[in-house]
Ligand binder design. Sequence first.
Ligand code: ADP
Ligand code: MG
Length: 563
Amino acid sequence: MNSNEIDIHKELKKYFGFSQFKGLQEQVVKSIINRNNTFVIMPTGGGKSLCYQLPALIKEGTAIVVSPLIALMKNQVDAIRSLSSENGIAHVLNSSLTKTEIAQVKKDIVSGITKLLYVAPESLTKEEYIQFLKSVPLSFVAIDEAHCISEWGHDFRPEYRNLRTIIKQLGDIPVIGLTATATPKVQEDILKNLDMVNAKTFKASFNRPNLFYEVRTKTKNIESDIIRFIKQHKGKSGIIYCLSRKKVEEIAQVLQVNGISAVPYHAGLDAKTRAKHQDMFLMEDVDVVVATIAFGMGIDKPDVRFVIHHDIPKSLESYYQETGRAGRDGGEGHCLAYYSYKDVEKLEKFMAGKPVAEQEIGFALLQEVVAYAETSMSRRKFLLHYFGEEFDSETGEGADMDDNVRNPKKKVEAKDQVVKLLKIVRDTKHLYKSKEIIFTLIGKINATIKAHKTDAQSFFGSGADFDERYWMALIRQVLVDGYLSKDIETYGILKLTEKGADFIKNPASFMMSEDHDYNESEDEAIVTAAKSSGTADEVLMGMLRDLRKKVAKKLGVPPFVVF
Ligand code: ADP
Ligand code: MG
């Protein structure tokens, strides 16, 4: 059977009731029907499930779907069962089933009724199941949330590492990997670990043109700043992410006493309270949820108008996922992050207790967040570059939707410096990460530099008329513009690209702007706030007033009795 022989639009309508495919779905479905190993990268909500569900329903045999969460599998099975009169069309196979239930599942598979079999990766390692699955006709294996296979993804699960060996035992069947994680590093990990380097890859764009990206200095006035922001978005729904439960509680309270309807949400609250707060948000009984990252899985509120990060996230991947909850309906979505280098150091300290390999990954991912926060380039371009996507910051969709583009910093000619930088990368024979390159430029030595004799020695100290910050900013811009690339294997070693080599030969103008120095502006911000202390005081007084009222109400006394 191949995709030319089947009217897949008819099948789409028949099973799902949709008259059109979304994005790349049609091509993916065809690729799977034609028995290709297929790799699908689409943002959350892009419609990945249908990509394997439709071929599974059409094809002979049973498709195995590996998925990390039991709750998720149950939902999917229910959804598929509702499409058909045959209950056995989809099953879950896991440790919670009784013997009788397992017998039923097997019977349905053998009789050819079951088109989709959902399994958790740990169940798939069971010898009994492997033996059984070897004996029945299988159409393909789909691995959902395939990034779980990579330590560079946000949800590494060691069980995923065994999948390839198991699949091989099941016979020569196509493998389908699906993920919403788009970094080149994770993609490479998936393809290698699933041994599907030859896979047909389908990658959708991760650009969200309706989201506005902004970074602000995190100062002592962050709370009044957030309050002001929310009051400017009165009556609109928003999420505020904090790193700790304690901070979540604190901010939720501060908002409440300031007359903003807000509830906290974190894993320390009991399930009932969590469900209640989530419902209140969905039903618009409250405007704002203050939450840890525990909040969001499966949240489908289309009109979230802002997502604020009180603390910086651990990776740009998380940042993209979390901000992605804004503006799902295509309307306004403001993504505001508060940044201070102190927070970075806090996260680094927190990571220092982890195993070395994990630490290194953690630091590297965090450095990308720092780069995003400090850059003065188009934030959208930066973010999409991180996901391996080129974006034209002049004509691309949503090009003017960030603080840096709206308020550009002054740019200066940096042609000569770029040439110098590129030559050093070339002459160090691709041994150095940006740190060593910068050290070479400013004439500072470290262990790695000592250990290598390279042709770049003549450049040692040749860039000392600029500081580390300048060179870091330049490297970031040159990377995003494609003159250099980061080696995927080592995640950090800089390489000269063809475009870079051309630039050395024929240098053209290169306008760069220095990164933001948020620490400097932090002092400024505090000074400004002190000058206009009227507003800060007003906010504080308002808070006290409301707090007094609240306490008074609780005690059943008039407010003037309280403090
Ligand atoms: P993902 O797994 O990529 O996050 P899902 O598979 O959960 O996304 O799909 C997201 C939503 O898109 C679902 O509500 C699904 O019903 C809907 N959807 C998928 N394909 C189509 C289509 N062709 N037409 C309309 N809606 C679709
Ligand atoms: Mg999905």
